[in-house]
Design a protein around this ligand. Structure first.
Ligand code: SER
Length: 319
């Protein structure tokens, strides 16, 4: 990876991935793009271009202008928003992806796009979900993700594009909050715990979902993209996870640091139904064996770091 273009660069993953890639590969070697422009680090610390991913010509022109050899396509709607606006989700998630794959094919770029635990559905084995298994999701987001995995594999075997992907679980981070996802509760809980010492969860007690801390997710993207192509038996997309917990378990972990933290529940039927259609815990053996995936943070170490980092952020913004 020498010249990397990133779409959705101001989103939850992009805002941290761009900063990390610029540190590793050089600021001028990472072109950030997004549909909006704000006064943030990603915009200021290197090349930035406004880009609507449904505009294939603009995407091609920008990629060509910077002579990129790697395309990282992150722009997408998350699960709850996609369920509220299914047609928009199809047009943006699939339209953006096929445009990005076409650019990668024409300009011979290496390609990454994230898939998700949302690519699984109610008929998928729920515990220790294997790499290769039933994928019949019942959400628009899941339909987009499975279609996306297949499309990326198609561009690989039909056109030789070096496509690679990860099935991310819920990503927990403190720089940019996620928006419109089902796993967002596991991020919101930290902000509310520090602000109000309480959180009302829209996900019910006993609902297990996979999660990962953002530093592990960023490293996984780089490790997969740098992996020797000969070792990859799979491509789109690898199961990766660091932990699986239910709302009461993350609440108990936060309580160890904030003893008077209180958790309440007001279940949102839409997001609860999405969560129940997803696995409890997925199996990342293929990622470990084929390119050495490793997660460094578990529930305990992630919780401590999230609280430390958010506390510093709050102190900084107050001062
Ligand atoms: N975090 C995503 C969501 O909840 C799952 O990939 O939509």
């Amino acid at each position: 990876m020498e010249k990397i273009i990133v779409t959705g660069a101001l989103g939850q993953i992009g805002s941290e991935l761009v900063t990390k890639l610029r540190k590793v590969y050089g600021a001028d070697h990472v072109v950030a793009t997004d549909i909006r422009k704000t006064d943030c680090e990603v915009v200021q610390s290197g090349p930035f271009e406004l880009l609507d991913v449904t505009d294939g010509k603009a995407m091609y022109d920008i990629t060509r202008k910077y002579d990129a050899d790697t395309f990282i396509h992150l722009a997408a709607l998350l699960s709850a928003t996609a369920e509220a606006k299914p047609l928009l989700a199809w047009n943006l998630n699939m339209g953006g992806l096929v445009n990005a794959l076409e650019v990668a094919r024409e300009l011979r770029c290496k390609f990454f796009t994230p898939s998700s635990i949302g690519a699984f559905g109610p008929s998928t084995p729920k515990d220790g979900t294997p790499q290769d298994t039933i994928q019949r999701p019942t959400t628009m987001y899941g339909v987009n993700k499975v279609s996306g995995e297949l499309l990326c594999d198609y561009y690989n075997h039909k056109f030789g594009v070096d496509t690679r992907g990860l099935r991310f679980p819920g990503l927990i981070s403190y720089v940019t909050p996620p928006g419109g996802g089902t796993t967002d509760y596991a991020v919101e809980i930290f902000y509310e715990a520090l602000k109000n010492k309480s959180y009302t969860s829209y996900i019910a007690e006993g609902t297990y979902m996979d999660m990962m801390y953002m530093p592990d997710a960023l490293q996984a993207i780089i490790d997969l993209m740098e992996a020797d192509e000969c070792k990859l038996k799979h491509r789109n997309a690898f199961n990766v996870t660091a932990m699986s917990f239910a709302p009461e378990e993350i609440a108990a972990e936060i309580k160890k640091h904030i003893p008077n933290f209180a958790m309440k529940y007001e279940v949102d039927p839409v997001r609860q139904a999405i969560a129940e259609s997803w696995p409890n815990s997925i199996d990342a053996t293929a990622a470990k064996e084929e390119w050495g995936f490793k997660a460094r943070y578990n529930l305990e170490t992630m919780t401590k770091d999230m609280l430390d980092q958010l506390t510093m952020k709050i102190v900084k913004s107050a001062g």
